[in-house]
Design a protein around this ligand. Sequence first.
Ligand code: GLN
Length: 193
Amino acid sequence: MVIGVLGLQGAIREHLEMLASLGVKTRIVKSAGDLEGLAGLVLPGGESTTMRRLIDRYALLAPLRQKINTLPMFGTCAGMILLATELEQGDVHLGAIPMKVKRNAFGRQVDSFETMLAVEGIEVDIEAVFIRAPYVERIDQATRVLARIDDEIVVVETDMHLACSFHPELTNDTRLHRYFIEKVKKQRSVHVI
Ligand code: GLN
């Protein structure tokens, strides 16, 4: 089982290392061909407009969009923005998770912060590092909320995909990655049957 990490910009190495520490084979994705045979794909945090420019330059937009119904994706921070079907501002990117996302949503004073976060399906609070983070303003029926800060939605999933506003790869807390790996395995078993 190979999980890819979109390797254009952002916290790529940290995701690769975390996945490898969990015994998963990894691949850096930089071209459409790199998507072939993947069991899952991580879209890292970074800067979503820069990432989108690179996605276009590497001709990855159509191939990524083609995969949204069959390839489980885990978007962290900018990756969450890439997965949204609606953005408060600007062009939609992959449109994989039915939700409206607002960029840099926590405001200037709390630009970046760290907190312990209760996430549904994960027993003990996880360590969450937010850096100029987005949040989810609205979800559709197919999308489930797994965590909020105050009223703001910061972790969501569909049957296929997972997204969070923060950077799980910048801590030693591997539980959200493990949660994604379990989703990937579930999808594989569905497809094998
Ligand atoms: N603010 C960034 C954006 O809009 C996301 C920040 C991050 O990924 N840490 O893309």
